[in-house]
Design a protein around this ligand. Structure first.
Ligand code: FAD
Length: 407
């Protein structure tokens, strides 16, 4: 009799979850576990996470199971009491995956596998330049096939009922470019909407630098960050769309961007903890001097730069910021305000609803000039950028003008 535990971490989905399929197939009894949001997170990140685990819990209930959501510190002792034969959980390279599973009863086996990327094992070469990486991989790439779950599930490990999940009462900001809720079903809905309902994927390459509205880019990142959607499932669906509806530069470009996401995962694999090092993977010293008032003004959207401020206010009021916005505020913090880049990365980590350890720290290093950018002195002239991408000032007005909160 095999009594196992499945620990959801960055894979809040039932579809396309090969780890979960393996756990279900090898268990006679099973219990499902996840952690509660960290108290250090901003309110929007917390809300999206809670929505995602609540959706997962509903799916599990329909299959006769409960989701135990515990504070991260409570998890080791919970596991020790339970003494499962095996724990199945995704392999999260950057999060010292053993962390929460330490001090286990030595008989418990921990079964882990990558489930957050397109490639299931490390590529032969991990070049320091993205284009070389992409070209070496994409030509022969075929996304993993869909994984189905067994139709009959093992019984629950215990008849005990876990405490109910907390809910966030926070109301979505009506101006948000991301007015969606967390969870697998909502992620799949967004995928269908972006591809088949609005067909926005057909113009992605032209619109992806947008700042206002829901369809200038895919908005898949929050679902990817928590694993409500898998990267392979998106890739497969884009290729299906290309075969059955239309294939053009824009449809290709969504896959191109997914390769960026993939790339930073393997850069971490290559460099390990120097991904978080102040001098970055390049070990390069950059000029910065921390000034609390300057940094706080940047966080609050109170610099003297309206384009930067509008983006930071959007982040604070929604947990979302466009890619164009992120590049500009990051460059401004590091290159104009001369503040340490890792503080900006930490602020994003607290607040972004799509926070992803590899994409966030990899992009920040890139912009700061200590990462994978082959042009380390790249500079975003934020005034010029505002003229190019917000020529009529609509984005700045949207976030800088005071509106009645009830509007
Ligand atoms: P789309 O433009 O529709 O792209 C499709 C998908 O491709 C995205 O969902 C994402 O998974 C991937 N992608 C696109 N651009 C990038 C990129 N530059 N790097 C890695 N993957 C990319 N992305 C995160 O998912 N989480 C983060 O924490 C994060 N932090 C960032 C911090 C900075 C300073 C910068 C400049 C970028 C950061 N990004 C991060 C990358 C990018 O801004 C977001 O992935 C993108 O804006 C999400 O919107 P979307 O899903 O509509 O993307």
């Amino acid at each position: 009799m095999s009594r196992n535990l499945y620990y959801f971490r960055n894979d809040f989905r039932l579809n396309d979850n090969s780890n979960l399929a393996r756990a279900l197939e090898s268990s006679d009894q099973i219990l499902f576990l996840c952690s509660l949001p960290s108290k250090s997170w901003g309110k929007w990140r917390m809300k999206f996470y809670l929505e995602s685990i609540s959706a997962l819990s509903t799916e599990l209930k329909e299959r006769g199971h409960h989701l135990w959501a515990l504070e991260i510190e409570e998890i080791p002792s919970f596991i020790q009491q339970l003494k499962p034969d095996s724990i199945f959980t995704p392999y999260i390279e950057a999060h010292n995956e053993k962390l929460e599973c330490e001090n286990l009863n030595s008989k418990t086996k921990v079964e882990m596998a990558y489930n957050d990327r397109l490639l299931m094992s490390p590529p032969l070469k991990i070049p320091d330049v993205f284009t070389q990486f992409r070209k070496s991989i994409e030509i022969d790439y075929c996304p993993a096939g869909k994984t189905s779950l067994p139709s009959i599930w093992p019984k629950a490990f215990t008849t005990e009922i876990p405490p109910s999940l907390p809910v966030s009462s926070l109301e979505l900001n009506k101006k948000s470019a991301f007015p969606f809720k967390g969870g697998e079903e909502n992620g799949l809905k967004r995928l269908r909407q972006y591809l088949y309902e609005s067909n926005s994927i057909q113009t992605y390459k032209e619109t992806r630098n947008g700042l206002i509205g829901i369809d200038y880019s895919t908005k898949f990142s929050p679902y990817l960050a928590l694993g409500c959607l898998s990267a392979a499932a998106i890739f497969r669906e884009v290729e299906f769309y290309e075969k059955s509806v239309l294939s053009n530069e824009s449809t290709y470009w969504v896959k191109f961007e997914l390769w960026w996401r993939e790339y930073f995962r393997w850069v971490y694999h290559k460099y390990g903890k120097s991904f978080f090092h102040q001098r970055g993977i390049k070990r390069r010293i950059i000029d910065s001097e921390f000034n609390e008032a300057i940094f706080n003004d940047w966080c609050q959207g109170k610099t003297s730069n309206p384009f930067v401020d509008a983006n930071m206010i959007e982040l604070n009021e929604t947990g979302w910021m466009s890619n164009r916005g992120r590049q500009n505020v990051a460059s401004y913090l590091v290159k104009d305000l001369k503040q340490p880049w890792w503080l900006g990365a930490s602020y994003f980590e607290q607040n972004l609803i799509d926070y992803d350890v590899y994409s966030n720290w990899g992009n920040w290093q890139y912009i700061a000039g200590v990462g994978n950018d082959p042009r380390p002195n790249r500079y975003f002239n934020t005034d010029k950028q505002a003229r190019m991408y917000d020529g009529d000032g609509a984005f700045r007005s949207l976030w800088l003008e005071k509106t009645n909160p009830n509007d």
